[in-house]
Every structure is written in structure tokens, then in C-alpha cells.
Design a protein around this ligand. Structure first.
Ligand SMILES: [Zn+2]
Length: 290
């Protein structure tokens, strides 16, 4: 179902920033309803205002329940609040140094709550957010709730964004495509990649698995790969614990794919606690163009 986009600022940014993923030519906004490129490839704004810019059907391993739990944790609990504040402070500082409007793209944004919360915390006045994810369900949830950003269903390997158009790329605990990130980043732009460190959610892993569970990430490896594509300016280490109540514990299990492969009995006993402390242990890798 098609819809209308009426926010003049967002229309302007769509026109100046988005690129046809099929032929890579610039796009025009037609009658507030769709985007069309020079070769007449057409993408309609949906009823909720997002654009589906995938060039082929894609499936995501994550479902609506996971995204709902993720939103609950990001918006309602305090689990990620210090992380959001730290990222927002860095973005605000970048804005004040540059003095121009900032375009921030969250690559692999899920249902959009990290982007929304971070931008809400930024005190720099002129920032526009773009959220992109391969999951249509996630982007639909984002667009329904957060109206002031541009939401795109898209492929990391074929970003529908112009060369040198984005000032800050956020990539939080999700896969990257550094070649494409490099292409869309402005010459003075910054990439902020959030990677887990060994203590991340350790209480959950210790409770669910005998040997700490599957190693889903290697922070050292992430940093080394990052440095092959960007000049590493800084590594901001973020470490704290947060207290979760019973509902939040259930949401945490629901939003964490590694929990799905765990022993059911162990999972149930973890979920039956009235509250627990959870460790957040992350690095923010801050990179610029080489
Ligand atoms: Zn085209």
C-alpha cells in the first residue's frame, strides 16, 4: 500500500541523499508518494512512510517477537542508556566541531529504537536520522513509531545512498559492509561501530551454557578488520551493570539469539528470577576515512 510523505525536510534529504539501488542514479520525489530515478525505477513510500529499496526478496532470521523484545529493552529498561548517552555525546561534539547539519545513518537499525534514543539524547540541533535494515518487519515497526527519520528496507551490500553523503555511520552489534560504509561516508565523516567485549551479557551466558556458550563475537578480531578499512581514531570502552526486573529478564532472553540454542531448563530458571544484574561490556570503535 502506498502512502504520502509530507515532511519537507525529509523530502529534501531523500532527494539529495538517496540513490537508485538498481542503476545508481539520483532520485526525485514524485508527488510526495514515490521516488523515481533517471531510468524510471520507482519506489513507493508505504502507508507508514518507509521505503522498500531491496532489489531482490530477502529474509531475516529475526521475527516480530524478537524486535518487540528488543524495543522493550532499549526504550523501557536502563540496559543501554549509558551507551546511548556516550554515543550521543560523541555525535554532539562532532556536530559542534563541524557546524553544519548532520546526517546520521544507523546501518542494521532493527526496529529503530537505538537510533531514536541516541538522537533524542543529542543536544546538537540539526541532525537527521536514516535507519536501514534488511527486515521489512523491523522497518515497519520503526516507521510506525518514529516519524521524524527516514526508514529504508535495504541491503548492506547495495546501500541506496549516494557517495559521500552521510556524516556519521552507526553500526551497533550488527554486521557491517565496510566497502559500502566507506563509499557513503563524507570525507570528514565518522564511523561508530559498537562491538561486544568478553563481559557483554556474561550473566546470561553463564546461566544458559556450561562453558559460557558460543562465542558469537571476538572484539579483537572486529577491531583488526575495522582498521583495514578506516583510520582508528579512538576506542571508547563502555562497561557497566544494570539491574533488570522479571519482565526485562524475559525480554532480554527473547531478544538474544544465542539464548535460543540453550538448554530449556536453564533458560526457564534464568527467567524465573525476580531481578538480576547484567553486564554491558562494549567497545565503540571510532573511525574516519584513511
Ligand atoms: Zn534506477
Amino acid at each position: 500500500m502506498t502512502g504520502m510523505i509530507k515532511n519537507a525536510k525529509l523530502i529534501h534529504i531523500c532527494k539529495s541523499t538517496l540513490m537508485c539501488p538498481l542503476c545508481k542514479s539520483p532520485m526525485q520525489v514524485v508527488e510526495h508518494k514515490s521516488l523515481m530515478c533517471r531510468q524510471n525505477h520507482n519506489f513507493d513510500f508505504t502507508k507508514h512512510g518507509y521505503l522498500n529499496m531491496l532489489t531482490r526478496p530477502a529474509s531475516s532470521a529475526y521475527n516480530k517477537l524478537l524486535f518487540a523484545a528488543r524495543r522493550e529493552m532499549i526504550v523501557e529498561s536502563e540496559l543501554y542508556m549509558p551507551l546511548h548517552k556516550r554515543i550521543a555525546a560523541t555525535i554532539t561534539e562532532l556536530g559542534l566541531i563541524s557546524g553544519h547539519p548532520l546526517l546520521i545513518a544507523d546501518m542494521g537499525c532493527g526496529e529503530g529504537s537505538h537510533l531514536q534514543t541516541i538522537l533524542h539524547e543529542c543536544t546538537y540541533p540539526d541532525i537527521t536520522g536514516i535507519g536501514l535494515d534488511i527486515s521489512k518487519e523491523a522497518i515497519m515497526m520503526a516507521a510506525k513509531k518514529y516519524k521524524n527519520h527516514i526508514w529504508l528496507v535495504g541491503d548492506l551490500a547495495k546501500l541506496p545512498l549516494m557517495d559521500r553523503s552521510v556524516h556519521v555511520i552507526l553500526n551497533m552489534l550488527s554486521p557491517a559492509n565496510y566497502k559500502e560504509f566507506n563509499r557513503i561516508l563524507t570525507p570528514d565523516g565518522v564511523v561508530m561501530k559498537v562491538v561486544p567485549r568478553p563481559g557483554y551479557l556474561k550473566e546470561l551466558r553463564e546461566a544458559l551454557f556450561e562453558n559460557d556458550g558460543p562465542k558469537t563475537y571476538e572484539a579483537g578480531h572486529s577491531a583488526a578488520l575495522f582498521e583495514k578499512h578506516f583510520r582508528l581514531q579512538d576506542v571508547i570502552h563502555v562497561n557497566y551493570t544494570a539491574n533488570l526486573n522479571k519482565e526485562e529478564i524475559a525480554s532480554l532472553v527473547q531478544m538474544t539469539p544465542l539464548a535460543w540454542s540453550s538448554n530449556k531448563t536453564r533458560m526457564e530458571s534464568f527467567k524465573h528470577q525476580d531481578n538480576t544484574r547484567i553486564t554491558i561490556d562494549l567497545d565503540i570503535l571510532l573511525g574516519s576515512k584513511t
